[in-house]
Design a protein around this ligand. Sequence first.
Ligand code: NAD
Length: 611
Amino acid sequence: MLRGVNPSTFRKRAVGVLKLHRGGRNSRIRAEMERAFNHVNGESVNSVDVYGEDKASEEQTLTPWSASIASGYTLLRDPRYNKGLAFTEKERDAHYLTGLLPPAGFTQDLQEKRMMAILRDYKVPLQRYMAMMDLQERNEKLFYKLLIDNVEEMLPVVYTPTVGEACQKYGSIFRRPQGLYISLKEKGRILEVLKNWPEKSIQVIVVTDGERILGLGDLGCQGMGIPVGKLSLYTALGGVRPSACLPITIDVGTNNKKLLEDEFYIGLKHKRATGQEYAELLEEFMVAVKQVYGEKVLIQFEDFANHNAFELLAKYRTSHLVFNDDIQGTASVVLSGLLAALKLVGGNLADHTFLFLGAGEAGTGIAELIALQMSKKTNATIEEARKKIWLVDSKGLIVSSRKESLQHFKKPWAHEHEPVKDLLDAVKAIKPTVLIGTSGVGKTFTKEVVQAMASFNEKPLILALSNPTSQAECTAEEAYTWSEGRAIYASGSPFDPVEFNGKLFMPGQANNAYIFPGFGLGLIMSGTIRIHDDLLLAASEALAAQVSEENFAKGLIYPPFTNIRKISAHIAAEVAAKAYELGLASRLPRPKDLVKYAESCMYSPVYGSYR
Ligand code: NAD
């Protein structure tokens, strides 16, 4: 578009020189700015990342700097810098925008008010999702301001459950591609593909292979909505700057027959590669990521089927900074709820007996972290601690006589017990104080099961974690009614408050979004190079500590989401503190006040002033 333009004329006319109204950048950024100037006669004008950047990604040398961004139409079309009607008269004059915008000037707050009214007018959740995606592509700061200021309302729009429907219809609803696609076709040249991504300073990658998208199964290449959505939460809830986030979908094919037959399907049209072919592609990807982005880039695996999820985590946890939210994030958020619930039900973790329905990524991940916390607090071995935890899968209670035929991640839970076929019998036999549903199968905590729990527990702790709402093991209302108002209840999908016998019960939501954004920020701001389970425990304890007496009085075991940025800062601080303690943090010296430091690192969605 800019070919043939005299560079010096172009520089004068189309590039505005901006001064940022805060201090500090390092030489790398200055070099990037230099590159931006030098690039004006190329394919495009490079904008330099200058506004609302976090400090976590930067060296802390304080030197004033100036930077260039495109002007005129190019500026209006650049979501990172576009402010729409919020450009002031002066900015419009200085950046060749006069006439390109209607005369009215809006504040960012007024733009937000207008956009929220538009969103609330849409009755179909997918329309809201699409409007939000359009906004993200048009005006990034406004998108994040909306998300941050209206987090409880907007979370279900940009993430589960709406993102699931968006993935199902991905091929037809998306106009501009988001994220990076790496398919089997690129085997042997993944390094090259990574270099096509325009941002060079990446701190978090969320990657999926689309095989198990939420509870919706194999959506192949259309799983891209998940990394995109998760990363927008990294920014909104954890304050990681958008330009440091890279969503990736690895396409090895799909076993989804409907997609394979769909002429508009956007991915590779063949069955999933498995075994060596799959492992080789993933290995090449992991090596290339480290080569391009270094040791400290966080790679979050998302929605892989459980056989690959466990293997990838085990294989790369010693060589890369890897995190699996389905396994580790879930474990950390649920453990946090349990730690908080102890204040309501009494005793220590080791005084309780746990029974899970479902022994997959979520179930065994949570079970393992509970056992770890127990063993740390009681000095018992992990094997001893595991004995307090029982799991039921589709074949019944996991017991030692089944050991030979069990998948490897279930084997540690095969305790001595006679076979038990169904959940109700398992509840009666084990007499758990805590019942946790992670099977993905709804309505399995029946009236009999809940009543049995209530018969030997004064306050039965019931977590119905399966998603979406229709798959919850029991609803909040059922849990409170069947236990005669004695259950402490939390779920995977949100439920409205319930009135029972004149008392209002507030069900909690064990949403992973409580943990992973703050956890990731903690890793980034401390320059942590490997994840240790103790960091997950630190995150759980930090979240549990955020539940106030007022929350407990309402039966809540998680704090309200409205304060999520503050919560994330506390989680980040505790995770970073633990990383420093374990010698895993590379950013030195350690900041004194880690909470303040975390807050100061967070991306701000407020517009900067251009001059
Ligand atoms: P997964 O496929 O890895 O595991 C499911 C497990 O349930 C498997 O072990 C399977 O054998 C077992 N199972 C299936 N049908 C069963 C039945 N009828 N009875 C007993 N067991 C049965 O899936 P996952 O990633 O562990 O997720 C499971 C559920 O947990 C999903 O609904 C997911 O949405 C939910 N989840 C919730 C949260 C949260 O609340 N924060 C986080 C992660 C997952």
